[in-house]
Design a protein around this ligand. Structure first.
Ligand code: SF4
Length: 337
């Protein structure tokens, strides 16, 4: 019977996993190879208990292989879109991490959908996953310990809100001015900032949970006084928390992280509006496991000439955006809007 069962069922959708450690063993990046050869990544982060907080073990999971949104500061976006993951393929990243933690006498405390892919463009499967994670008979994780992030898929945010549970919603904002956000988050050409923030505000009102706005800080691009002014104006009086993330190095962009004093100044401007702001410490940068670096075992570096062309195009489009000019480019291929 065991043999018959083994040949009739797949017990795990992950064929093989390889692991690399960073941050003195507190960050573990897993490269998972799926049955059809697709490669995805998950990142497990351990935060030891402190005087004011309990130990946390947070897993950052992927919802798609690659990503169609094509944010230019993100290595996953540069890969392009592969395919949506099945719910089982998303859950098996969690099972894999839970098993590894159990051998260390630890348990998973938080899940964030901030790995590869735009979760709300694979919403049915993500909702199936979230229901399983939240089910006391399965993973038993409280809704407040699950964060679903989006680059701004407005119909998806509205569907999440209609469902009711108090999942944390994270919005990858990156800029508060449409011309610049058109460049940094190409999905903005379909759902501009005002629509995204209106949907997020409605979510906060319906759930009583504050929205986490993520901002990758890119030196000289989105960290100017005009940007902090626009963001303060946009989020003033809303139930929000702003996370400033120094940009992590990726090969195909001309950009680097904003200097820390600039980030501090940006944070201070928002705090003056009463907005809670944190500056996120980068985890896993040395092994390509930090935000925007997940490239799932890319086969070699892209050709030098292609990288140079892409960098020149980004420099031109971000300079135009800083002059206030809207991008004439359409949506990236593969975004079904
Ligand atoms: S930042 Fe997120 S939405 Fe943008 S390309 Fe990367 S994975 Fe996709």
């Amino acid at each position: 019977m065991r043999e018959a069962l083994a040949s009739a069922f797949a017990w795990d959708t992950i064929d093989t996993s390889e692991f690399v450690l960073a941050d003195g063993g507190r960050t573990e990046k897993a490269l998972h190879r799926l049955a059809d050869g697709a490669a995805i990544e998950s990142v497990l982060m351990h935060y030891p208990a402190g005087s004011d907080r309990r130990e946390r073990n947070t897993l950052c999971i992927s919802s798609q292989a690659g990503c169609a949104v094509a944010c230019p500061f993100c290595a996953t976006g540069e890969l392009g879109f592969g395919r949506d993951l099945q719910a089982a393929e998303i859950l098996d990243q969690v099972r894999s991490a839970a098993r590894r933690l159990a051998t260390r006498g630890r348990r998973l405390t938080n899940i964030v959908f901030m790995g590869m892919g735009e979760p709300l463009l694979n919403l049915d499967r993500v909702l199936e996953t979230v229901a399983a994670l939240n089910d006391p008979g399965r993973f038993g994780l409280g809704a407040r310990h699950i964060t679903v992030s989006t680059s701004g898929v407005v119909p998806g945010i509205r569907r999440l809100t209609a469902l009711g549970p108090q999942f944390t919603l994270a919005v990858s904002l990156h800029a508060a001015r449409d011309p610049l956000r058109d460049v940094l988050v190409p999905l903005n050409r379909r759902w501009p900032i005002a629509e995204v923030v209106a949907a997020a505000k409605d979510h906060a009102t319906a759930t009583g949970r504050r929205i986490s706005y993520e901002v990758t800080m890119i030196g000289g691009v989105n960290d100017t006084n005009a940007d902090s002014e626009a963001m303060a104006e946009l989020l003033r009086g809303t139930l929000a928390h702003v996370n400033l993330i120094p940009m992590n190095p990726v090969a195909h962009t001309p950009w680097t992280a904003s200097p820390m004093p600039v980030i501090e100044r940006f944070a201070e401007r928002l705090r003056r509006e009463g907005l809670p702001v944190t500056i996120r410490r980068n985890r896993g940068q040395e092994v390509g496991a930090a935000c925007g670096q997940l490239a799932a075992d890319r086969a070699g570096a892209p050709p030098v000439a292609a990288v140079a062309r892409r960098r020149a195009r980004l420099e031109a489009s971000s300079a135009a955006a800083l002059r206030g000019e809207r991008s004439a480019e359409g949506l990236p291929a593969g975004v079904d809007a």
